[in-house]
Write a protein that binds this ligand. Structure first.
Ligand code: SAM
Length: 289
């Protein structure tokens, strides 16, 4: 543990805890949990289970979405009184799709030190096992529960070219995959289920293949959905497609120059010069303007 010499307040330690396998906890997390004055958690029963495995006994305080204002004020007060506090969530890194970021912002605004003691995280674990490009990715977390809002969000991100990571509850899992198929088309995905646990399963394939395979799987447990990004617009609407559009306009009576201008403007992805040169070379006897 360490604390800035200027500060009289305590430090808020953000501690990552296992996402299933209780042995996935770092030595530094255990040290920190053993040294702080109070541990703030989502569910005292879950956190006690972890603490008892490692013989740690500390006062616990709950901090959840539904009490974050009241509990948050108490946590700030204790930190300002000089107490050191560890924040843990039910699983993984606090602040990732669970309460945490709110109290972190409060501390930063008040000049209270925040320190991270990293641990497991479901999103990154799923990404690295997915087999999908992991150099650049976007984390979406949970989609809206209501179908209309979910479809709307999927449409908003349909052109995202980076690999996208979603969390989903087993209750909505199948419907969400069907919605993704409808909005994204049959992209490559990976489903990482029950990571680090006894029944860890990873399904890889297109959305429709995975939906089929899922029929034999119990739709229970915890899931991360990793989806391949959209094909680059340039590749999706490649030059063949642009050329076909130019050809169609020519057949409708536009000149080559006009057709190229229209298609290049609509696409926004190919230069007029490039398309013009291509059309001259590739299209059958276009009328040169
Ligand atoms: N803070 C956590 C983290 O760092 O990963 C995430 C908490 S979020 C409330 C819970 C979601 O994470 C689950 O609905 C599921 O999508 C995912 N998740 C958590 N543990 C998992 C596991 N062992 N296997 C697969 N997904 C998991």
């Amino acid at each position: 543990m360490g604390k800035s010499s200027k500060s009289v307040a305590g430090v808020l330690f953000l501690c990552g805890t296992p996402i299933g396998n209780m042995r996935d906890v770092t030595l530094r997390v255990l040290d920190t949990l053993g040294q702080v004055d109070i541990i703030v958690c989502e569910d005292t029963r879950r956190t006690r289970k972890l603490l008892s495995m490692y013989d740690i006994s500390k006062p616990l305080l709950t901090y959840r979405e539904d009490n974050k204002e009241r509990a948050g004020a108490k946590i700030i007060q204790m930190l300002e009184e000089g107490k050191n506090i560890a924040l843990v969530s039910d699983a993984g890194m606090p602040g990732i799709s669970d309460p945490g970021s709110h109290i972190v912002c409060e501390c930063i605004n008040r000049g209270i030190d925040v320190s991270v003691v990293p641990g497991a995280n479901a999103a990154l674990s799923a990404l690295v096992i997915s087999g999908l490009p992991a150099n650049r990715f976007a984390f979406e977390g949970f989609l809206p529960r209501k179908r209309g809002a979910r479809i709307k969000r999927l449409r908003e991100i349909a052109n995202e070219e980076r690999t996208i990571i979603f969390y989903e509850s087993p209750l909505r899992f199948r419907q969400t995959l069907e919605d993704m198929l409808e909005v994204f088309g049959d992209r490559r995905i990976a489903i990482a289920r029950e990571l680090t646990k006894k029944f860890e399963t990873v399904l890889r394939g297109t959305i429709s293949q995975v939906l089929k395979e899922m029929e034999s799987l119990l739709e229970r447990g915890e899931f991360v959905i990793v989806v391949a990004g959209a094909e680059k617009l340039k590749e999706k609407y490649g030059k063949e497609e642009e050329l076909a559009r130019v050809q169609k306009l020519i057949e409708e009576g536009y000149s080559l120059g006009e057709s190229v201008r229209i298609v290049a403007a609509l696409s926004g992805e190919v230069s007029r010069r490039e398309l013009y040169d291509l059309a001259l070379r590739k299209l059958k006897a276009p009328e040169v303007t």
